[in-house]
Design a protein around this ligand. Structure first.
Ligand SMILES: Nc1ncnc2c1ncn2[C@@H]1O[C@H](COP(=O)(O)OP(=O)(O)OP(=O)(O)O)[C@@H](O)[C@H]1O
Ligand SMILES: O=P(O)(O)OC[C@H]1O[C@H](OP(=O)(O)OP(=O)(O)O)[C@H](O)[C@@H]1O
Ligand SMILES: [Mg+2]
Length: 281
């Protein structure tokens, strides 16, 4: 049975659970449930603190886990990213009151407050910058006002929290993060892990693409399939109505309206879009 860690709270938790559910797994119904066996799918889920997940996976106690790239790198655990999950996207950045620093070089001698001390220390060491790292649990944006730090390094998504505290980012982002599936470099249950990966990839594809169907005159088929090339090749079937074919292709959800307009302009009719409930490519 594959043993998998799932975030039990915080920004990653809800999206991780929704994704597992869409992938056909049993998910917990109440937040007091910490361990859940999904016997039908040969998998056991452990609901754990997001920050601890890479540690469990790296130590070999659990086979895989869902966490953030920033948490994985901060932990220094012997685990690596095996799939990007596309949710909880954020950057990890330095910030301060305007005028205090312009680039990483200005960090020398400063006090830097963060919840990600491992990540910040590694970043400073790579650049041979000597600075003091003040490790805090959260709400680090307030630490400058309260006088314990000159600079912060924290998760930035919309930038609202920083703005509310009168802070501005400086320098290049330390990291671009998102939810990821992590596992050990040489997993023991490789086949079972592959099934989990394939199921989660299926959810990502089903969210990213839609299925498009349309009818078009045979002589326009080459031009039409340039607009909808599909992932490998579109399906083209003859229609009872002579001179026409039906085309079916996956298209990116994001561009579907532009694609429909283009196809209609070319002469396609009966253009239908349907959601993909699940897939294995
Ligand atoms: N506003 C946000 N937008 C996107 N991702 C975020 C945001 N805040 C935190 N994260 C991500 O969530 C993970 C941290 O999860 P964790 O549960 O430790 O903190 P949290 O989401 O801030 O929750 P809490 O503050 O309730 O502890 C990291 O991967 C981080 O990048
Ligand atoms: O750029 P924004 O959209 O404002 O999001 C970023 C904020 O979200 C998270 O904080 P959270 O509310 O989880 O509090 P925390 O600092 O206590 O973790 C993160 O730590 C930042 O503070
Ligand atoms: Mg937080």
């Amino acid at each position: 049975m594959l043993r998998v860690a799932v975030p039990n709270k915080g920004s990653l938790s809800e999206m991780a659970v929704v994704m597992l559910k869409e992938a056909g797994y049993t998910v917990r119904r109440d937040s007091k449930e910490l361990v859940l066996v999904d016997a039908d799918n040969d998998i056991e889920f452990f609901y754990l603190r997001p920050r601890d997940i890479a540690v469990y996976v790296g130590s070999g106690t659990l086979d895989a886990g869902i966490t953030g790239r920033d948490l994985l790198l901060d932990s220094g655990a012997n685990a690596s990213e095996v799939l990007r999950l596309g949710f909880a996207r954020s950057t990890f950045r330095f910030a301060s009151v305007p005028g205090v620093a312009e680039s990483a070089a200005d960090l020398a001698g400063k006090r830097i407050a963060t919840s990600y001390a491992g990540l910040v220390r590694a970043h400073l060491a790579e650049r041979s910058i000597e600075a003091e790292v003040v490790r805090l649990d959260g709400a680090v944006e307030t630490s400058i006002t309260l006088g314990v730090a000159d600079v912060i390094a924290d998760v930035v998504e919309t930038g609202t929290t920083l703005r509310n505290q009168g802070l501005v980012t400086f320098g290049e982002p330390i990291l671009v993060s998102e939810g990821v599936l992590v596992a050990r470099p040489q997993p023991t249950q490789e086949d079972r892990l592959e099934v989990l990966k394939r199921r989660l990839s299926g959810v990502i594809t089903a969210r990213t693409y839609v299925m498009m169907d349309y009818d078009i005159r045979v002589e326009l088929i080459d031009r039409a399939t340039k607009i909808t090339p599909g992932l490998e090749s579109p399906t083209v079937s003859p229609l009872h109505h002579e001179g026409y074919v039906a085309v079916r292709a996956m298209v990116p959800r994001k561009g579907m309206n532009r694609i429909m307009d283009e196809l209609y302009g070319l002469g396609a009719r009966g253009i239908l879009v349907t959601d993909i409930a699940a897939c294995r490519l």
